[in-house]
Design a protein around this ligand. Structure first.
Ligand code: NDP
Ligand code: 2IT
Length: 452
């Protein structure tokens, strides 16, 4: 298979087959399409990858688990949710990836996230396979006691599938430190094991790593800084737009402040805040992390500099760097055009697949440095892997040490994406670079380990 046209034809046929065999999973189709579209040159250059079944196996999860999650709400009513864990690929290490609790979660969403996670985790170089899970449970408006009962019921089933050497979940949308605590408690109770490495994102006092809460957001900013450095500019003094107001957005904003940039926005699913003086990180943390409030509360309490825009999108605000940090497909063609018109120089994806494929193309064609999520937001799972290392060694590293490791990992990921893109004739295209570099590592391990 030397002719790239042959490779392309084969990949197109495979894509059509995947869409036929996995109906009604648009996010999964999108994630697969985006990777397959960039792989043709690697097949042309490296015929060893063209063996039958390699990509077909990569696109089929090793295991998909779907289970009932019954729990009782505060009014004594029985609620029934659905739980998922997709164990996608373990060629490089135990399945690793977060749990998402959000009403939009279905098997297609979990599969898209698990598929992305394979390549992201490979890029970290830390020996972790790809997996993802979650539930259509909506934590919004639920009491702590309800969340605890839900987490306990969820773990009662999940525990038989996970383990420090098997599958290691963590947080994602709707799952943070509180939920990981309840999940860990139930795992420990059922198994009668202190198995710290079975979950990451734990509390600092009981096996959690320093800097894990910060890692995804900090990493996304470090990735943006690396991209800008190649354009000969720094982050200091730059204006930034950030979407979302959860874990990733908060620590993106914090790191931007630390590096002397000006984060002007944050958002939730109901609207956004524009703060001309820059987002007050302490007020945002108080409202979101302590009070579990909304960004509209931020605007009400911040005073004159902040304006709440109900229903709007942050991408209409002029800025030099953009960090989509909420959810998938939150930045579309119209948003990309608005960013370009306002002179954006770099987009670094804190969220998973937040930019639609057409918007990615438009941004890249306009010369905007575009960091895809599987590279730019890999800092979170990378520090999760460092949490597993600390748990295995029964040690706890200082925040300074973890932060230094994170910075080195993000630099390395940027470098490998950049070099790989150049090697395959797509200079500056981090999407191609990330997909091929991640693919090569997983594919080499899969080939060595035989047809399983
Ligand atoms: P959180 O639950 O902490 O925050 C999610 C934020 O996104 C909230 O502001 C939420 O607003 C908003 N949001 C969620 N769903 C939607 C939606 N359908 N439309 C508009 N806004 C929405 O999650 P995280 O910050 O952890 O995750 C954000 C993104 O980052 C996700 O794509 C996740 O997969 C990705 N990610 C997370 C990592 C982590 O370590 N946590 C690591 C790597 C990637 P509202 O409250 O109104 O729903
Ligand atoms: O999308 C992601 O990389 C995460 N939600 C973090 C996964 C992890 O295992 O830390």
């Amino acid at each position: 298979m030397k002719d790239p046209k042959d490779s392309k034809a084969r990949l197109d046929a495979l894509r059509a087959d995947i869409e036929r065999r996995n109906p009604a999973q648009p996010e999964f189709h999108q994630a697969v399409r985006e990777v397959l579209e960039t792989l043709a040159p690697v097949f042309a250059a490296r015929p060893e990858y063209a063996v039958a079944g390699l990509v077909e196996r990569l696109c089929e999860p090793e295991r998909q688990i779907i289970f009932r999650v019954p729990w009782t709400d505060d009014h004594g009513h029985v609620q029934v949710n659905r739980g998922y864990r997709v164990e996608f690929n373990s060629a490089l290490g135990p399945y690793k990836g977060g749990l998402r609790f959000h009403p939009s979660v279905d098997i297609g969403v979990v599969k898209f996230l698990g598929f992305e996670q394979i390549f992201k985790n490979a890029l970290t170089g830390l020996g972790i396979g790809g997996g993802k899970g979650g539930s259509d449970f909506d934590p919004r408006g639920r009491s702590d006691a309800e969340v605890m009962r839900f987490c306990q019921s969820f773990m009662t089933e999940l525990q038989r599938h996970i383990g420090e050497h098997t599958d290691v979940p963590a947080g994602d949308i709707g799952v943070g430190g509180r939920e990981i605590g309840y999940l860990f408690g139930q795992y420990r109770r059922i198994t009668n094991r202190w198995e710290a490495g079975v979950l990451t994102g734990k509390g600092r006092g009981w096996g959690g790593s320093a800097i894990r809460p910060e890692a995804t957001g900090y990493g996304a900013v470090l990735f943006a800084a690396e991209m800008l450095k190649l354009k000969g500019i720094g982050l200091e003094g730059r204006t930034a737009v950030v979407s979302g107001s959860g874990n990733v957005a908060i620590y993106t904003i914090e790191k931007l402040h630390k590096l002397g940039a000006h984060p002007l926005t944050c958002s939730d699913s109901q609207g956004y805040v524009l703060d001309e003086k820059g987002i007050d990180i302490e007020l945002l943390k108080q409202i979101k992390e302590v009070e579990r409030g909304r960004v509209s509360d931020y605007a009400a309490r911040r005073g004159g500099s902040a304006r709440y825009v109900p229903g709007g999108r942050v991408w209409e605000v002029a800025a030099e760097v953009a960090f989509p940090s909420a959810t998938q497909n939150e930045l579309d063609v119209q948003d990309a055009r608005a960013l370009i018109a306002n002179g954006v120089k770099a987009v670094s994806e804190g969220a998973n697949m937040p930019t639609t494929p057409e918007a990615v193309r438009i941004l890249q064609e306009a010369g905007v440095a575009f960091g895809p999520g599987k590279a730019a937001n890999a800092g979170g799972v990378a520090v999760s892997a460092l949490e597993m290392s600390q748990n295995a060694a029964r040690v706890s590293w200082t925040a300074e040490r973890v932060e230094q490791e994170l910075a080195g990992i993000m630099r390395d990921i940027h470098a490998v994406c950049h070099e790989t893109a150049e090697r395959y004739g797509a200079p500056g295209d981090y999407v191609t670079g990330a997909n091929i570099a991640g693919f090569e590592r997983v594919a080499d391990a899969m080939l060595a380990q035989g047809i399983i």
